[in-house]
Design a protein around this ligand. Sequence first.
Ligand SMILES: Nc1ncnc2c1ncn2[C@@H]1O[C@H](COP(=O)(O)OP(=O)(O)O)[C@@H](O)[C@H]1O
Ligand SMILES: [Mg+2]
Length: 305
Amino acid sequence: MYVDGSIGKITKRMKEVRLKSLEGSSISDERRKEYRNVRNVRLGETLCDCGVFLLLRVYNAFIEMHDTNCCRGDKILENIIEISGVRKVYRVGNEKVVALDNIDLTVEKGEFCCLLGTSGSGKSTLLNLMAGLEKPTRGQIRIKNEYMEKLNEKKLAVFRQNNIGFVFQSYNLLPALTALENVSLPLAFKGIPRSIRDKRAKAMLEAVGLTSQLKRRPSQMSGGQQQRVGIARAFVGKPEIVFADEPTGNLDSKTTREVMELITSMARKHNQTLIIVTHDITIAAYADKVIHIQDGNIEKVEIKQ
Ligand SMILES: Nc1ncnc2c1ncn2[C@@H]1O[C@H](COP(=O)(O)OP(=O)(O)O)[C@@H](O)[C@H]1O
Ligand SMILES: [Mg+2]
């Protein structure tokens, strides 16, 4: 966050110098705007322009190095995901498939983002890269200050266990396990004792309206019920980020609405970051930010106020 000491009023010339010091810097447009609107500077008018220029340069560099937060009104916004210059090329025989071309994207903590695009546009590839399930051919993916492309499999697994929940289109529940066992499984991987994980899993299943289905196996439940179990499993470990790839792709429109309301309300309750992949514009309507993907590129980003 930028902090202004407010000693003297900024002169026109100093403002020009101040703006010039931002040239070529990688700070966000929001922060740039905020900076442009600042009327006071820490140093009074007495300092020569050259001194101000240099100090502001150092100040900006320091802030960029140490702080990925920015300010909107009184709310401090933290970029939980930062993607820069990401490209992903698959090789199929002798052919190259460019799944993602040159992606730059930031996601703020607590934001609900939707990756929207037609089939084959690169949505799942982008989600898989963010989750560290695949490595980019080029570029960086920073999540909570960890570069995903640099982590080895073991560290990635631990990172995912502690920070990420997944909801899948085809639920991916283990068929031999009951709803309760499926939901408590991520907690077992974290080494949480059985009595505690059963209690938490039960509470989650209650939150998704499945108290009466604890002992049922996936084959004994409807698609909507199975996806509720999938949602309970994704949220049970209180992850900071939840990824969902076409979570309502196999559901009818009424169940789709119920499932979407459930996922969004759960994420909002605990300020969790939610990223949903979809080709369906009605799902995108729920999101704070819609990232339109086309042929491996971000075509546009829509931010709702
Ligand atoms: N493992 C893979 N091997 C080769 N090509 C792939 C692989 N995964 C995805 N692709 C290709 O990359 C492109 C983007 O795929 P994907 O990210 O799955 O799109 P979406 O999720 O938007 O439908 C497509 O052309 C797809 O065929
Ligand atoms: Mg896909």
